[in-house]
Design a protein around this ligand. Structure first.
Ligand SMILES: [Zn+2]
Ligand SMILES: [Zn+2]
Length: 224
């Protein structure tokens, strides 16, 4: 018999960009965190209540509109503290309202985090502990949330099934992104399942085999 996972999760795609807002929880205490509240807060809160979970934390991977545009609203409605992203995304957080006006999300608001995160920090949720992995490149202050026991990560726009994050934004850096994926995510293990910022879930092992940008064979070819 396998041990039940200490962590539960469900995904709500939000905003016109179909961002994977993810609700994770500690199975022992039913305490939950919303990762990347980009929008549709009432639907997310309704589903949390329907499942008998108690919202305790708001976690943000990076300062982009579709991931963080309703962070302020969720804090106002829940009173829960915001953790993340890394301080280097402050300039993106300050741009949320102008970006929202440009991209058809006029209700998006900037926010003030209660805790900037750094590589190696830990964030607690009920009885579970999540590791913070700083993965710059898509944005300079992007972080990943990783639960080692559950072999589960929410990676935002660092890595997707079959692709990687865009690096053509201000302060984006393609080499930083490759270094973060290969140097900080791959060592966590091929068996780690991840929720990307958009699209279907995958595992690090599957991406190492088949991702056209960061598979082991693609990186060997580009090194030749
Ligand atoms: Zn992004
Ligand atoms: Zn995104």
């Amino acid at each position: 018999m396998s041990t039940p996972s200490p962590v539960g999760a469900f995904i709500v795609p939000v905003t016109p960009l179909q961002q994977n807002c993810t609700v994770v929880w500690c199975e022992a205490t039913r305490k939950a965190a919303v990762i990347d509240p980009g929008g549709e807060i009432d639907a997310i809160l309704g589903e949390i209540a329907r499942r008998g979970l108690t919202l305790e934390k708001i976690w943000v991977t990076h300062g982009h509109l579709d991931h963080a545009g309703a962070t302020a609203e969720l804090k106002a409605k829940s009173g829960c503290p915001i953790e993340g992203p890394h301080r280097d995304d402050l300039f993106w957080i300050e741009k949320i309202e102008t970006q929202g006006a440009l991209y058809g999300m006029p209700e998006a608001r900037t926010f003030t985090t209660d805790r900037w995160l750094q590589h190696g920090d830990q964030v607690a949720l009920g009885d579970t502990v999540w590791e913070v992995i700083h993965c710059p490149g898509h944005t300079p202050g992007h972080v990943v949330f990783f639960n080692r026991e559950a072999r589960f990560a929410q990676v935002g726009d660092v890595l997707f099934k079959g692709s990687i994050g865009r690096t053509d934004f201000p302060r984006g850096n393609h080499q930083d992104l490759l270094d973060a994926i290969t140097g900080r995510l791959w060592p966590l293990g091929d068996d780690v399942r991840f929720v990307p910022g958009h699209g279907p879930m995958s595992t690090f092992g599957d991406e190492r085999r088949s991702n056209p940008f960061v598979s082991d064979s693609a990186l060997r070819r580009s090194a030749d």
